[in-house]
Design a protein around this ligand. Structure first.
Ligand code: AMP
Ligand code: ZN
Length: 114
């Protein structure tokens, strides 16, 4: 999707600090970080939200989740803890409609979230 912000980052049409990429997954720093580590882990393939997933995407979502844990480990924050969030649609505050897993860590956090 050419007008999608994250597709543009994935295609190299828009700058971002890429921290990991492979055949299926790209991870880059959030432009407005909410913690010392705030990375967005996204599939290369455009999928608008969790509401659009099918059975065929199970492996891909597993890769996103496992990659977020691997990045946390590489940053030395896995043992201390980190948060992973998919925001979906209006009530959760989703603003970019290309699935992205927020990996947030490097500071203490509260629960429940706002
Ligand atoms: P969400 O509200 O869950 O849809 O999250 C969208 C996230 O994308 C926000 O945390 C934004 O700060 C982040 N974001 C928006 N534009 C960019 C960009 N050009 N590069 C990196 N992150 C971005
Ligand atoms: Zn997209």
């Amino acid at each position: 999707m050419s007008q999608c912000l994250f597709c543009q980052i994935i295609n190299g049409e828009l700058n971002a600090t890429i921290v990991y990429q492979d055949e299926h997954v790209v991870a880059f720093n959030d432009i407005n970080p909410q913690a010392p580590t705030h990375v967005l882990v996204v599939p290369r393939r455009h999928i608008a939200s969790l509401n659009d997933l099918t059975d065929e995407d199970d492996q891909l979502i597993g890769e996103l989740v496992r990659r977020s844990a691997a990045i946390a480990t590489s940053r030395g924050i896995a043992n201390g803890g980190f948060r992973t969030v998919f925001n979906t649609n209006r009530d959760a505050g989703q603003t970019v409609f290309h699935i992205h897993l927020h990996l947030i860590g490097g500071r203490g956090m509260h629960w429940p979230p706002g």
